[in-house]
Write a protein that binds this ligand. Structure first.
Ligand SMILES: [Zn+2]
Length: 290
């Protein structure tokens, strides 16, 4: 089998996982689905594995937590690790941390590595209410760098809380990509993935991707049809080695992302870099050629 792609940004919507988190997590999930006028569907990890296997693709499962801010019970990282172990041909995984838990979060990073996961994410500063470049959190990025774990941050507009009173307490200012530029500068061996097109700060993430070798962007969460033109233009010219295939599935269905990505005016070699080569490099699955 020839691997055709690695989706670096995939969420777990398995009913078993949701049940572990309790009714409030289910309510938030349904609220978000309502806002985006779609069905709040569960998708088993078995079905999800099959979606990728049938396309000769792999997927990186991400996890999130924000208990300090919301009080919501997080999905244990063990669920992600067990899922990866069940489907090692298809899945890799990332573990979640709540930065406000300090030393506990640092130890969880060590445990994430021990469990065989490849990164930390999705960190969501808008939901977790923290500035990634606040020095109080530097011990976490230092540990991640030491463990060789990739760190994936949500950036830009947040679907979470959209259209609800007060945006559900979600604060967009924390998700400005420029905050991650400090982290990329201060931890040059830490690989950072800045998720989504980062709107309304798209130009910032493009500039940082061009400037910092350890800073990547993923193209998840938006249908490629609606990508800002500057994103498509720069990925196709100056930063083809820095953009990663990511869908944000199942919120944005995988087949829709792939079909719309097909329509973008990208050079064939750039397409190949985005779909596979860049991810192989980020996750150390092959020796970098440059
Ligand atoms: Zn996100």
């Amino acid at each position: 089998m020839t691997l055709t792609g690695i989706d670096v940004h995939v969420h777990i919507h398995d009913a078993k996982a949701r049940a572990l988190q309790g009714p409030e997590a289910v309510r938030k999930f349904e609220e978000k689905a309502r806002y985006f006028k779609r069905e709040a569907k569960h998708l088993s990890v078995e079905d999800q594995a099959e979606q990728y296997r049938s396309r000769n693709m792999m997927a990186v499962l991400v996890n999130g937590r924000d208990e300090t801010v919301t009080g919501l019970t997080p999905l244990p990282n063990d669920f992600v690790a067990e899922t990866v172990q069940r489907f090692p041909d298809v899945f890799m995984g990332m573990g979640a941390i709540d930065p406000w838990t300090g030393e506990l979060a640092r130890r969880e990073i060590v445990r994430i590595k021990e469990m065989g996961l490849v990164g930390i994410g999705e960190l969501n500063p808008a939901r977790q209410h923290f500035y990634p470049n606040d020095r109080r959190f530097y011990p976490l990025w230092e540990e991640a760098e030491r463990q060789g774990l990739v760190v994936l941050f949500h950036s830009g507009y947040a679907a979470a809380g959209s259209g609800t009173p007060g945006g559900g307490g979600v604060k967009l200012k924390y998700c400005q990509p420029l905050l991650l530029d400090d982290v990329a500068a201060d931890f040059p061996d830490l690989k950072i993935i800045c998720a989504h097109p980062s709107w309304p700060w798209t130009a910032e993430s493009l500039a940082i991707a061009r400037h910092k070798p350890n800073f990547y962007i993923d193209l998840s969460g938006w249908s490629p049809k609606y990508f800002p033109p500057e994103l498509v233009q720069q990925v196709n010219s100056v930063i083809p080695h820095k953009a990663l295939f990511g869908s944000d599935a199942p919120s944005l269905p995988l087949d829709r992302w792939l079909a719309d990505f097909e329509q973008l005016p990208l050079k064939p070699e750039v397409r190949q870099q985005i779909m596979l080569d860049n991810a192989l490099k980020v996750f150390g699955l092959e020796e970098p050629s440059t």
